[in-house]
Design a protein around this ligand. Structure first.
Ligand code: PEP
Ligand code: MN
Length: 349
């Protein structure tokens, strides 16, 4: 990773550095960070002659060869100081709660907008709403391009950033052009490397964040971080990791709750962790305790399905959405846990 003396390289300087790395069969990837840009060398970055030639340029401060498979996402990376800013919130500074419907019902746009106002009133910092949905059965409602308008209407009325899942390049393009703030990569696509690359490329420099869910079968933590590395290596480091429960399921829950991996993630990577307790436990009545556990484990926030009238919802809403009044109490409790200084991420023994 190349760190220039100034916050970013000029066009001429970039051309000069690119020419050198390409001579050694590497590629240069610009990563625009919050305070400065860094330049990742993709490929075999430990070629001494190449490194020395780059270090010889008077506008280069240093060359950090990160001793980890995750050059960008590793805790020791230059990007560790990177901050994701969404709306008025710097992720990591106070609990970041994303809330709203699982699925937007295009036949009932007002219900979504009313829920968006209600979750804002409850203290949410961003609104979720599924425009497109991954469904087990091909005959179930798959979402509707037209719902993007409803999502963006909620954004303009509440002033909060909005989150939706994209599953392919068609949806990705629509969401980026509409100005969606957070693109969710669902559990089923967390290992779809082509999609991860396209998302990284298409969201580069656009202040769009990616909420990367953990896939149901993702055992090794490194597999999860590697998926995030794909997005960062394609150009966008604004990635939040989202444990959402895995298989095999816990009898009685929808999945096997995995908020407890938060400290492991926090040790290995600098990426914020936003836990999804709804898809993990899968029943509204269990959601608050799972959300509080996530915060106690050190999560930077939670993503919650919340609906004014869950029984009138579609997708997951009838079974796992909590009402905004419950969300409001939950956010108060989350703030209390956040405030305890016991929220030690990694104890020094
Ligand atoms: C969702 O957030 O509604 C969803 C489908 O999530 P997951 O990809 O975690 O199943
Ligand atoms: Mn859902």
């Amino acid at each position: 990773m190349i760190i220039p003396k100034e916050p970013k390289l000029t066009v001429e300087q970039l051309t000069a550095v690119t020419a050198i790395v390409e001579e050694y069969d590497c590629k240069l990837q610009v990563i625009v960070g919050h305070h400065r840009s860094v330049y990742a060398v993709l490929g075999e970055e430990r070629k001494t002659v190449m490194v020395n030639r780059i270090l010889g340029l008077d506008f280069i401060d240093r060359f950090d060869a990160v001793d980890s498979p995750f050059k960008l996402m590793d805790s020791s990376s230059e990007l560790a100081q990177h901050k994701i800013v969404l709306g008025n919130h710097i992720v990591g500074e106070g609990p970041f709660v994303i809330a709203g419907h699982c699925t937007i019902d295009p036949k009932n746009p007002n219900l979504f907008i009313e829920s968006a106002h209600a979750v804002k009133e409850a203290g949410a910092k961003a609104i979720r709403g599924g425009v497109w949905k991954p469904r087990t059965m091909p005959y179930s409602f798959q979402g509707d391009d037209a719902s993007v308008k409803i999502l963006m209407e909620a954004r303009s009325q509440t002033g909060l950033p909005v989150d939706t899942e994209v599953m392919d390049e068609h949806q990705l393009r629509i969401a980026v052009e509409a100005g969606v703030d957070i693109l969710q990569v669902g559990a089923r696509n967390a290992l779809n490397y082509s999609l991860l690359k396209s998302i990284g490329q298409m969201t580069q420099n656009k202040k769009i964040a990616v909420l990367l869910k953990r896939s149901m079968g993702m055992g090794p933590i490194n597999e999860f971080i590697a998926a995030a590395e794909y997005i960062a290596a394609a150009g966008n480091p604004d990635i939040m990791l989202c444990p959402r429960g895995t298989n095999p399921t816990m009898d009685g829950y929808r999945n096997y709750p995995d908020e407890s991996i938060t400290p492991l993630l926090k040790e290995k990577t600098w990426a914020p962790v936003i836990v999804d307790p709804c898809h993990s436990v899968g029943r509204a009545k269990y959601v608050p305790s799972a959300a509080l556990a996530a915060i106690a484990y050190g999560a930077d926030g939670v993503i919650i399905e919340s609906h004014l009238d869950p029984q009138r919802g579609i997708g997951d809403d009838p079974k796992q959405s909590i009402k905004p009044a419950v969300l409001k109490q939950l956010i108060t409790d989350i703030e209390a846990i956040w405030a305890t200084k016991n929220r030690i991420l990694l104890a020094d023994n």
